[in-house]
Design a protein around this ligand. Structure first.
Ligand code: AMP
Length: 543
């Protein structure tokens, strides 16, 4: 028997319509590329999003056409989130940190018809212009008097175009499974892959993420997303904000400690969201000026592991709780989150910090499991490592125009991460599966080894990779960058590690290097290193 309930579609425009009538006075504050602070309300944003839709109609944009953005977190980007998807086109948010050839690849692969671009990124597009000839026009996100001299053909001013449009537009209704926005992965191998989110997946993700033990957003919250709108939709927060009416504070290009503090002091957000690197800059800045983050209650940290010291610093110096979270571009992105709850409340401080290091528990809508190489599910004992697989209504089911199905396994998506899961479903990322070192059939976490080694006071950065070994298949070797003028040798590093790791995890060699390569999003790029050092142990008589 079927239920007798209405089948109203979950559309991105419905989030904005809800916000406009329920939270019309919610504030949206932005630092603009021009340097000044802009503020307006949700009602203003909704009217301008309708102008965007009218503009798309004038530009003859069809259903499903891709419209790209190359922009910071700011109110104009917010309007495009709703104007483009609400109209029925697909918003393609481009990550400006990708390398030039990756940018060319994704603009052409997505077949973007127009690119809306912040002033900062105009030179980036000019540099690749000869290779993106199919783009019909560029719309620069500024006022007429700020329009730059540019080589971009058919470059128009966003504000001038918007001023000419009506703010009346009837949002169309369509199938909630239609594509709404897309984001390309910034993987370490091969070309980036397109993830195409639907209206339904985006709305469900937003509904789930506002929950008390997820992001805990409400109409009285004020949050500062430093996580960019150009990478996985700022963790879906522009959508969650419309459900709850929380005040949004957009940092624009100002991601350094001083600029962030200036905004925090003025706007008093209670929630910050971002990757560990930005918080390192903020914490250092706060130390240097000797001030406390008075308004901040929670800091959601994801994208990379939150270091223990960072969790402690936020708690002990600023009374702010670190909510560790894990997800992926392919997961919209939220998978697990480690919010404060009864389990934590019952723990002594040191044990609570240790629990906070884990990436948390799955939110409703996401199922997780760990498996061995043959697909057998492994125990949830908090110790056994396995490949982390996920499924759920906001998890990718296939890449855009790409027949690579290697990550899809009987209705589950293989995240490429290696993790443990405990009896309360707390998940802990141990490594990336291609980085884990397989020594004599047992797995060694390169991340744990790196974290242990980098605590050495004379090392600036460490990278652990597996090198071929005739007896054990692979053994870990440690590549280390010394602090300037540090005097440190292999023996000192190995003796430092002695009481910090299992004996059989001890690296078979420590190699000092000038620098280590990174991806566009700051992750260690181990692919080339693995090739370069593959035979190191054999060639140096260490195997
Ligand atoms: P991306 O799709 O670029 O957001 O990268 C997703 C990957 O980042 C995941 O598969 C993890 O390897 C890594 N990642 C994300 N969050 C965390 C976290 N909290 N701790 C450790 N690794 C993380």
């Amino acid at each position: 028997m079927q239920g007798l309930m209405m089948d109203r579609p979950l559309l991105i425009s419905s989030l904005l319509q809800h916000a406009e009538v329920t939270h019309p006075h919610s504030e949206i504050v932005s630092r603009r590329c021009e340097g000044d602070i802009h503020r307006y309300t949700m009602k203003d944003a909704a009217a301008r999003a309708r102008k965007v839709a009218n503009l798309l109609q004038r530009l003859n944009i069809n259903d499903g056409d891709r419209i790209a953005t190359l922009a910071w977190n700011n109110y104009r980007h917010f309007e495009l989130y709703y104007g483009v998807s609400g109209y029925g086109a697909v918003l393609h948010t481009i990550n400006p940190r990708l390398f030039a050839e990756q940018l060319v690849y994704i603009v052409n692969h997505a077949e973007d018809r127009y690119i809306f671009v912040d002033l900062t990124f105009v030179p980036l597009l000019e540099a690749i212009l000869p290779h993106i000839g199919n783009v019909e026009g560029f719309i620069i996100l500024c006022d007429e008097d700020k329009m730059p001299e540019t080589k971009l053909p058919n470059a128009q001013c966003y504000e001038t175009l918007l001023a000419a449009e009506s703010d009346e537009f009837e949002w169309p209704e369509f199938d909630e499974r239609k594509g709404a926005s897309m984001c390309y992965t910034s993987g370490t191998t091969g070309n980036p892959k397109g993830v195409l989110y639907s209206h339904r997946s985006t709305c469900l993700h937003a509904l789930s993420s506002v929950g008390e033990e997820v992001m805990g957003l409400s109409s009285s919250s004020c949050f500062l997303p430093v996580v960019p709108m150009f990478h996985v939709n700022a963790w879906g927060t522009p959508y969650s904000a419309c459900i709850t009416g929380a005040k949004q504070v957009f940092p624009g290009p100002g991601m350094d400690g001083a600029s962030l503090w200036e905004l925090i002091e003025a706007e008093k957000p209670d929630l910050l969201l971002g990757v560990p690197t930005v918080w390192l800059m903020l914490l250092n800045h706060m130390d240097s000026i000797g001030k406390k983050l008075e308004s901040v209650k929670n800091v959601i940290i994801g994208g990379a592991a939150a270091p223990l010291q960072m969790i402690k610093d936020f708690d002990q110096k600023h009374d702010a709780f670190v909510v560790h979270a894990w997800g992926m571009t392919e997961m919209s992105p939220i998978g697990t989150i480690n919010a404060y709850n009864g389990i934590m409340a019952a723990l002594p401080e040191e044990e609570r910090y240790q629990l906070q290091r884990k990436q948390g528990r799955p939110v409703f809508g996401v199922e997780i499991k760990i498996c061995d190489d043959d697909g057998n599910e492994l125990p949830r004992d908090g110790k056994t490592f396995g490949r982390l697989l996920v499924r759920g209504p906001w998890i990718v089911n296939g890449y855009y125009n790409n027949d690579d199905t290697s990550s899809f396994e009987n209705g589950w998506f293989d995240t490429g991460d290696v993790a443990t899961i405990d009896e309360n479903s707390y998940m802990n990322i141990v490594d990336r599966s291609k980085d884990v070192i397989k020594s004599g059939g047992e797995w060694i976490s390169s991340i744990d080894l790196e974290n242990a080694a980098v605590g050495h006071p004379q090392l600036a950065e460490c990278c652990v990779i597996g090198a071929r070994h005739p007896k054990w298949d692979e053994r870990p070797i440690l590549l280390a960058v010394k602090n300037p003028e540090a005097e440190v040798d292999e023996a000192s590093v190995l003796s430092y590690l002695e009481d910090k790791i299992a004996k059989w995890w001890m690296p078979d060699a420590v190699i000092f290097v000038e620098s280590l390569p990174h991806t566009a999003t700051g992750k260690l790029l181990k692919v080339d290193l693995r090739k370069d050092y593959e035979n190191y142990l054999i060639d140096h008589g260490k195997a």
